[in-house]
Design a protein around this ligand. Sequence first.
Ligand SMILES: NC(=O)C1=CN([C@@H]2O[C@H](COP(=O)(O)OP(=O)(O)OC[C@H]3O[C@@H](n4cnc5c(N)ncnc54)[C@H](O)[C@@H]3O)[C@@H](O)[C@H]2O)C=CC1
Ligand SMILES: CC(=O)C(=O)O
Ligand SMILES: [Mg+2]
Length: 601
Amino acid sequence: MCKVVRFAAAARLRRLSTAIPGPCKVQKRGTDILHDPWFNKDTGFPLTERDRLGLRGLLPPRVISFEHQYDRFMNSYRSLEKNTRGQSDKFVSLSKWRILNRLHDRNEILYYRVLIDNIKEFAPIIYTPTVGLVCENYSGLFRRPRGMYFSAKDKGEMMSMIYNWPSDQVDMIVLTDGSRILGLGDLGVQGIGIPIGKLDMYVAAAGINPRKILPVMLDVGTNNQKLLEDPLYLGVRQPRWEGEAYLSIVDEFMEAVHTRWPKAIVQFEDFQMKWAFETLKRYRERFCMFNDDIQGTAGVALAGLLGTVRSQGRPLSDFLKQKIVVVGAGSAGLGVLSMAVQAVSRMSGGSETAANSQFFLIDKDGLVTTERSNLDPAAVPFAKNPRDLEGLSEGASVIEVVKKVKPHVLLGLSGVGGVFNAEVLKAMRESVSTKPAIFAMSNPTMNAECTAIEAFSHAGENIVFASGSPFENVDLGNGEVGHVNQANNMYLFPGIGLGTLLSGARHITDGMLRAAAECLASYMTDEDVQKGILYPSIDCIRDVTAEVGAAVVHAAVAEKQAEGHGDVGFKELANMSKEETVEYVRGNMWYPEYCPLVHEK
Ligand SMILES: NC(=O)C1=CN([C@@H]2O[C@H](COP(=O)(O)OP(=O)(O)OC[C@H]3O[C@@H](n4cnc5c(N)ncnc54)[C@H](O)[C@@H]3O)[C@@H](O)[C@H]2O)C=CC1
Ligand SMILES: CC(=O)C(=O)O
Ligand SMILES: [Mg+2]
């Protein structure tokens, strides 16, 4: 249950609301409006509006209400489900994505309404896992462009190109270079599906106005040979730019964006590790930006890790005693470790180096120690000194580490499906925890370190389980249910973005990110957490985002980062109580309703 009214119920209440939304100005007339998904209402244009906007005769005469249009769409969706029964999962998922995408291309208000009202059902289609399939097949699926594409060929042109985007105001940008799309690797230009999916989540969860979002692909080539040889491939056919050439392209993009929209927030998404860390360091003091894979994931994982302590019926201070094995030393795994180590050192009042002792890091070459040659600088703080290890050495395998350490938590961010095999999961039965936790956080589903069924059947029924992509709860066969949590950064990035926007902060600080994570960590009740439910249902995503957004606003005020937003200045923000801040954030969420269109020359 959400903290306030269940979101879906709230949405239904709004459907019944009789308040008429204010007018929207449109510079177009006639068919140009019907072809513009921002303004198109399909058969929903009232007759007076048809007269005013030159639409008479361009539509069938009957005016269909919004509710009726909504029901018609859902009926076609249900028919599609029925008609594709028995087909392959891939076929069914892509068919569902296509029907939603066609609506997105045609009528944004209706699209976002069905998305918001049915977020639990549609998130797995517009987001992980189906978005991964869409990216893999993007060149073949491509019908219409969405967002902007800046390529290596546009060097020197970006400052003017940015003005080709039709919206005067952009608040939220999600940017990728396609180099590490989920656990699917380098997908080049096809990775644009990720910014589109993430921004759909921004609209659904944070109520960012869809006219103020911008998905961006920075296409600097691809090292994916299969794509380079694919005649349908739509990206630049060249190996990826590297070094200074690469950075100069990203610099140019960031300058162009902030020249046109100085307050736009840029979320970096699915960059390969070296550029994820490098760009975060390069831009976080200069622009309002964050890296979701490093920072958003870290907060969601930390909230989950604190939840596992509560699930054992232990006080939070016991976090200092937890043994945690992280499998995957990439941008996500290292981001999680660095936030978790900071939390431990804050709780203990000790140094971050001392805090490291409870964490074990494993990458594709096994346990990471200081003996590793070519140790990545970002992993250095988490490398174990072999002197501190009893019976384990450099490169020890996952099973060796789990057997020896008997960790409270085994957390995967490796991008490799099945790494938590039956042997590893069975070894977790010897965990020192009363509720061993398995976090298989890699996406999409095929890349999860294990499935939910595997986890409950091999590691035991008393585990806590979380995955990055959704799995069904597991029937344990004894009348009990093994609860599946979705440990995905979607629980935080919308609130980080919205809170930053509404605070008017110029930068996203560690304190703002920490506030977001702590807010998520405290969202669930003790009763739920002790049942193994660490994260809220996705049905509550707007409510979660309102709380997280408010926590971010508060932190921005406390750190004197907030400059205010619109009519609400720093002083007003600083005078708001916690509840008032949540209401301020909630009240600024856009909600899809047809507005009366007024023609403006
Ligand atoms: N649930 C969530 O919210 C999030 C999930 N992810 C997922 O995490 C995965 C990794 O993302 P990044 O860290 O950005 O990737 P990355 O490519 O930067 O890092 C992958 C890491 O896994 C290690 N690895 C590869 N094979 C391994 C094996 N067999 N055993 C142990 N370690 C192995 C690599 O050495 C590397 O350290 C992806 O699947 C991504 O979808 C990423 C961000 C958020
Ligand atoms: C969820 C996410 O950001 C990822 O898998 O990369
Ligand atoms: Mg990502």
